[in-house]
Write a protein that binds this ligand. Structure first.
Ligand code: NAD
Length: 317
């Protein structure tokens, strides 16, 4: 067990956020900056954006796959808190490019964890895992719980599960405490609408720009689409802050709402909020998409943002 530096009273913590130029990571960076922490962001800017980095935070452009560069940065920062958000985060890309997904999401994570072990300063290491993909299909009427067996069925989910396991096995020798947050479908300001994931941002952009929309069916075209658990990014931030500061926070938690929403219902809610309706092409199910994913929130987390209020923040973004 490394000798962990303890925070001096009255000063912020040294925080390293990987993926801090991305959607979720940048909101975490904002909150740590507001708390007076000393924030360094490791990001290769592959999907992240420089303008997401809050004023006063330091951005270092590093690819997690470059073990030497990761080690050099961790040695220099000597972080007390590490929040590991960087990832190849698209399920469909992971199906097309499983090797790249493994290199970033497994090997890149190991570079980071080994660097943490060597520097010996990390009190808490938070890992952004996936509740939306790790449990596989969730039967009608059920919510997946943390203790349920995992059924990862995409390279992305397999690699997230692998890093969860590596953290469980190697974490005790590397960091003071490791916390796995399994996010459901996160949405909110700064999510990009130009990728293959992030349906709320994709719908918003298409509705704004008057582009036609494609709605993938759950089992057949026009059946209302897949069921997802949409959790607002500010709830993720809240969970993360508690996980970092409360040493009794569970080692694995679902960051979710427990509420399932069909894709068509989501789209209609956004049309109502935006006062816009577009032509919708009903498409067959998309390969690799789970039909239903809904998670029991917690154990030590309860969301506060309702979908209607959360969608407003995306529409105003
Ligand atoms: P995002 O793409 O906005 O953020 C990922 C960040 O990681 C980006 O800034 C990107 O540039 C960076 N990155 C990617 N590859 C990198 C590499 N090789 N080296 C260094 N940086 C790299 O995605 P997000 O939605 O903010 O996701 C954040 C984390 O949450 C990811 O780990 C993702 O798997 C996880 N997650 C997200 C959701 C969701 O619904 N958004 C759900 C479950 C889990």
């Amino acid at each position: 067990m490394p000798a962990h530096a303890s925070s001096e009273a009255g000063r912020g913590r040294r925080v390293l956020i990987t993926g801090g130029a991305g959607f979720i990571g940048s909101h975490l960076a904002d909150t740590h900056m507001a708390a007076g922490d000393d924030v360094t962001i490791l990001d290769d800017l592959s999907t992240g954006r420089r303008e997401n980095v809050p004023a006063g935070a330091r951005l270092v452009v590093v690819d997690l796959r470059d073990g030497d560069a990761v080690r050099a940065l961790v040695n220099e920062v000597r972080p007390e808190v590490v929040s590991h958000q960087a990832a190849q985060a698209s399920v469909s890309i992971s199906v097309r490019e499983p090797v790249r997904d493994a290199e970033i999401n497994v090997i890149g994570g190991l570079h980071l964890l080994h660097a943490c072990r060597d520097v010996g300063t990390v009190d808490v290491f938070v890992f952004a895992s996936t509740g939306g993909a790790i449990y596989g299909e969730v039967a009608e009427g059920r919510q997946a719980r943390v203790g349920d067996e995992r059924h990862p069925d995409s390279p992305y989910a397999v690699h997230k599960a692998a890093f969860e396991d590596l953290l469980r096995i190697l974490g005790p020798d590397a960091v003071g405490r490791a916390v796995v947050l399994r996010y459901a479908n996160v949405y909110g300001p700064r999510q990009r609408g130009d990728g293959e994931a992030g349906v709320v941002a994709i719908f918003r952009d298409a509705l704004r720009e008057g582009r036609p929309l494609r709605l993938f069916g759950r089992q057949a075209p026009g059946d209302g689409g897949c069921i997802r658990d949409y959790v607002h990014v500010s709830d993720v931030v809240r969970a993360h802050q508690v996980a970092v500061s409360n040493s009794a926070f569970p080692s694995v938690s679902n960051i979710a709402t427990g509420i399932g929403t069909g894709t068509a219902d989501l789209l209609h809610a956004m049309e109502r909020h935006m006062g816009a309706a577009r032509s919708i092409a009903q498409a067959p199910p998309r390969a690799g998409d789970l039909q239903r994913s809904v998670l029991a929130p917690g154990p030590a987390f309860a969301p506060v943002v309702e979908l209607a209020a959360g969608l407003e923040t995306v529409i105003r973004d």
